[in-house]
Design a protein around this ligand. Structure first.
Ligand code: FES
Ligand code: FES
Length: 158
């Protein structure tokens, strides 16, 4: 087993602490304090633990930490430092779009991924974009409307 596994985390080069067979969600939450990542099902079904790996939405509860070697990992902590990321969070939290809020971080990560490739998604694209994120409190409609109302952020499409 390799001793040192390097990866990029929220824009910083990091070395993976501990056993690379640990779940990525545990490493990110416990060792890096990235508590935006939530654990719901723990089985890759609910999307509460969504993060971006090389820009793609991944369920961190089913990924061994060592799988991110030489990859780029982003969590909501860095995403919401951008103008678009903050707009996404606001769109999800205002207007009663969500209730308990547990699903918001994972949902926001998926929407960020969607808007990077499709800055002005229609309702169908939004529903598809969040199809891996379960919300047990709402009927999704207000979430979809909130996302559809996000203004396109020019030049923030990385
Ligand atoms: S906690 Fe990872 S998909 Fe549900
Ligand atoms: S608002 Fe409660 S799970 Fe979505």
């Amino acid at each position: 087993m390799k001793n040192e596994i390097r990866f990029s985390l929220n824009g910083k080069e990091e070395t993976l602490p501990g056993d690379p067979r640990r779940r990525l969600i545990d490493v990110l939450r416990e060792d890096f304090g990235l508590t935006s990542i939530k654990e719901g099902c723990g089985e890759g079904e609910c999307g509460a633990c969504s993060i971006l790996v090389d820009g793609r939405v991944i369920d961190s509860c089913i990924l061994p930490a060592g799988a991110v070697e030489d990859r780029t990992v982003e969590t909501l902590e860095s995403i919401r430092e951008t103008e678009r990321g903050e707009k996404i969070v606001q769109a999800l939290t205002r207007g009663g779009g969500v209730q308990c809020g547990f699903c918001i971080p994972g949902m926001a990560v998926s929407i960020e991924s969607l808007l990077r490739t499709n800055p002005r998604p229609d309702e169908h694209a939004i529903r598809e974009g969040i199809s891996g994120n379960l919300c047990r409190c709402t009927g999704y409609q207000q979430i979809v409307e909130g996302v559809a109302a996000i203004e396109h952020v020019e030049g923030d499409n990385s």
